[in-house]
Design a protein around this ligand. Structure first.
Ligand code: SAM
Length: 183
């Protein structure tokens, strides 16, 4: 059984692997922040001006408690602040709704921690993946060990990767196969 609201926090070493490889800077929005496991790591990173947090669950301490699957919420955020980056590990079952909205709102790009199987062109995302293939600039694939989000070391049938899409297109996607991510 999945946890309520799909709350699976990301250990800090996973976020550090993203920051090592992609220059995240300026204003960052974490739209599904939970207890701030990703946001707190980004907040300490050089070049970050501010990290805004949101989570649908009012139990978490965040700047905002809104449903990140709703376009009008993103319009409001865009009007309030320019957001350079959106970085999150979203609820997997809502990722296909949240990712396109985040990409439209960000001025530089988005970094989403997703199961590798997200790249399967399924009905709810195939068209978006295809039309944004030149914007997929980084795939940071983590393994050995496969990151666990359960608190008891159990893992999914598929590993996760940071998937970065930027507004500025590139001709190639940089792929990193990372096995020493806990160090
Ligand atoms: C997989 S957890 C990850 C939490 C945090 N991003 C991290 O990596 O530690 C997903 C989070 O999304 C939140 N969430 C679920 N549905 C949401 C929605 N529609 N809008 C905003 N947040 C949502 C959950 O409450 C949960 O905290």
């Amino acid at each position: 059984m999945r946890k309520a609201n799909d709350f699976y926090p990301t250990e800090s070493a996973v976020t550090k692997q993203l920051l090592k490889r992609v220059s995240i800077a300026g204003t960052v929005l974490e739209p599904c922040a939970g207890n701030g496991a990703i946001a707190s790591v980004i907040d300490k990173h050089e070049g970050i001006d501010v990290v805004y947090t949101n989570d649908i669950n009012p139990a978490w301490i965040c700047h905002c408690h809104a449903d990140a699957t709703k376009p009008e919420i993103w319009r409001g955020w865009q009007e309030a602040n320019q957001c350079d980056w959106v970085v999150t590990n979203p609820p997997f079952n809502q990722a296909a709704l949240i990712l396109p909205l985040a990409y439209e709102a960000a001025t530089v790009g988005v970094a989403f921690l997703l199961r590798l199987s997200y790249l399967e062109p399924a009905g709810n995302r195939g068209e978006w993946l295809r039309s944004h293939k030149t914007k997929l600039t980084n795939l940071i694939i983590l393994g050995q060990p496969r990151p666990s989000f359960t608190g008891n070391g159990k893992t999914d049938s598929c590993t996760v990767a940071w998937m970065v899409w930027r507004k500025e297109a590139r001709t190639d996607t940089i792929i990193d196969f990372v096995t020493d991510w806990k160090q």
